[in-house]
Design a protein around this ligand. Sequence first.
Ligand SMILES: [Zn+2]
Length: 171
Amino acid sequence: MAKQADSTHQQMAQSSSATRNGPLSGPLGIALFVALFASAGYLTYRTLTTAPIPPTEPVEMTFLCIETMKPFEGKMVEGDKWPVMSPHSGKLTGYPVERCYWTKDGKRKKEPTYVVLNESMGKSGDTICPDCGRLVVGHNPIPTEDVPLADEDIPKEDKPAAPSPTTQPAE
Ligand SMILES: [Zn+2]
């Protein structure tokens, strides 16, 4: 009787000590914690440094052929590098463009000026729009709605606006 009570007590002591030194409190637990923490940190890092587009999905982009100064549409898969083949020059002279919608006198225009960033061409220094003289940056901001539209170009509306590529992707 007493012996049985003793052994029950021992079992309880063992089980309570097992709870205290549970699987997550020893060196293994610390290692596990570190591993989880590290992988969480890595995932956060990945999320912050990876574009939201799946890597295999081609992105439609506008390029500017810096030899002919004509824009063209193309696709890039993440990891691709420019310059890309330009249909205008037949050479690797296509660079991704930024769009500048400003006119010289501070108005908005409907057809942007295509500008290739110096950075994209491996050059240093600020990129200045050749049309309006403004600074052009990556993801160049467009003028807000309250900027008056430049309307002196309206008589040109009969003509085709920008030299657009003749072949459009059938999508
Ligand atoms: Zn401009």
